[in-house]
Design a protein around this ligand. Structure first.
Ligand code: PGA
Ligand code: ZN
Length: 427
């Protein structure tokens, strides 16, 4: 039984205010979680409730905290904290809006996750084990997607493409993924330094994208993989998040860095050339969230060769997954709990993706904290993949390190390896 719910203002990796919620059950079990925040958000995702005005650059969370005290706590007190579905349903009821704007997705996600943590504490289990047991899943350590260069909204638009990442489906363990990623990350930094292009890091800790074209980032990434002693496309493959909604609407895409405009077909052709030329195994949001025709065309042409992830396109929404499947758009879903607003809706989206035979990737946001819930969710659901940003900065490393702790309990054999990408370029 839920005894108390308290919200508190804490601060995220960008120095912005965010919300931590602590839930206590009648038996004294407790759970705590912190809301992350996105910078390149989909228009259909749950919105954060912010105070606006000039103080804290409008990012204050007092209204959201008031909502927790006035509406969330009374609505949830007395409910069975082990019944996540009922708790989340009560949260959704209390908010009663389409995009969670009344209570705020930030207040809701912190509360929903904190309840899950409290239930795990009650069961005396680590969160990943509690998730696996209560949702009847086979836990597995995920294959990470790790950012080497940041771009797009995470680098002041320095390049158009948002994430240049690697995956190491050929690694034998999660531990080995970390080792190989370390080599590639620093090889990339060395190359940037040699070329006189080292200029610090972007928002999620990937190297700042000091490039003359978007493709130069890809070439440099391949060079870094080679410099790290790996054959590109062998154990290590490339994963991109285009985040096309950030530079395209109505089927028109503006590549500012290269001073050129592409229509939807032009984007599909360009990305297709990249898939032909580089060992790319996965592409996220290749077209805009308002471009279902482009997304379907891209999936028709390349869905057999690469994983095509919907992030802004699907916003962790089970209905949008089913709609996309009908359109023939995407073959994988990004799962961001704060896009949905609750744990239950996120798991429903994950299940909808699995039902379509799709891949799924649990993901962090660009604004993060020490919260490690997603490492546990990804493992406990046996989801297969995890994306949390780069290989530096503690708000990122804390998630990878938590997976290493889970590995100690679960065993190295529980790593999924390349299975999620088996049908792709790499397989
Ligand atoms: P975010 O974007 O800045 O909204 O968290 C991350 C992503 O696009 O995957
Ligand atoms: Zn994305």
């Amino acid at each position: 039984e839920i005894a108390s719910i308290h919200g508190m203002r804490v601060w995220d990796s960008r120095g912005n205010p965010t919300i931590e919620v602590e839930v206590t059950l009648a038996d004294g079990s407790t759970g705590r979680a912190i809301a992350p925040a996105g910078a390149s958000r989909g228009t259909r995702e749950a919105v954060d409730l912010r105070d606006g005005g000039t103080a804290l650059r409008g990012m204050g969370v007092q209204k959201a905290l008031d909502g927790i005290a006035r509406h969330v706590a009374p609505a949830l007190r007395g409910l069975d904290g082990l019944d996540q579905g009922a708790v989340d349903a009560a949260l959704i009821d209390a908010d009663a809006s389409a995009l969670k704007e009344n209570l705020g997705g930030n207040a809701m996600v912190a509360t929903s996750l904190a309840v899950l943590h409290a239930a795990a504490d009650h069961a005396g289990k680590p969160l990943w084990r509690h998730v696996a047991d209560s949702y009847d899943r086979a836990p597995k350590l995920p294959l990470p997607e790790i950012q080497i260069f940041g771009g797009g909204a995470h680098a002041g638009g320095r390049v158009d493409i948002q994430d240049f990442m690697i995956m190491v489906p050929g690694a034998a363990s999660f531990d080995e993924v970390m080792e190989i990623t370390n080599e590639v990350y620093f090889a990339a930094g060395d190359i940037m330094a040699q070329r006189g292009k080292l200029a610090g890091v972007a928002d999620e800790g990937g190297w700042w994208p000091q490039f003359d074209s978007n493709e130069e980032a890809l070439e440099t990434l391949v060079a870094a993989i080679e410099k790290a002693g790996e054959k590109p496309g062998d154990r290590v493959v490339i994963s991109l998040d285009i985040a096309a909604s950030e530079f395209g609407t109505d089927g028109k895409y503006r590549l500012s860095l290269e001073d050129r405009d592409l229509d939807s077909a032009g984007m599909v052709d360009m990305l297709g050339r990249w898939i032909d030329s580089y060992p790319i195994a996965s592409i996220e949001d290749p077209l805009g969230e308002d471009d279902p025709k482009g997304m379907a065309e891209f999936t028709r042409r390349f869905g057999g060769r690469v994983q095509i992830i919907g992030d802004d396109y699907l916003v962790t929404n089970a209905d949008l997954v089913r709609e996309a499947a009908t359109q023939g758009a995407c073959n994988a879903a990004l799962i961001k709990v704060n896009q949905a607003g609750t744990v239950s809706e996120s798991i429903a989206c994950f299940d909808a993706a699995v039902k379509q035979g799709w891949g799924a990737i649990v993901s962090a946001r660009s604004g993060e904290t020490e919260d490690v819930s997603i490492s546990h969710l990804s493992t406990g659901l046996g989801c297969g993949q995890l994306k949390v940003g780069s290989f530096t900065r503690s708000e990122r490393m804390v998630k990878w390190n938590e997976c290493l702790r889970i590995q100690r309990d679960l065993g190295k054999d529980s790593f999924v390896q390349g299975a999620p990408l088996a049908q792709t370029w790499w397989g």
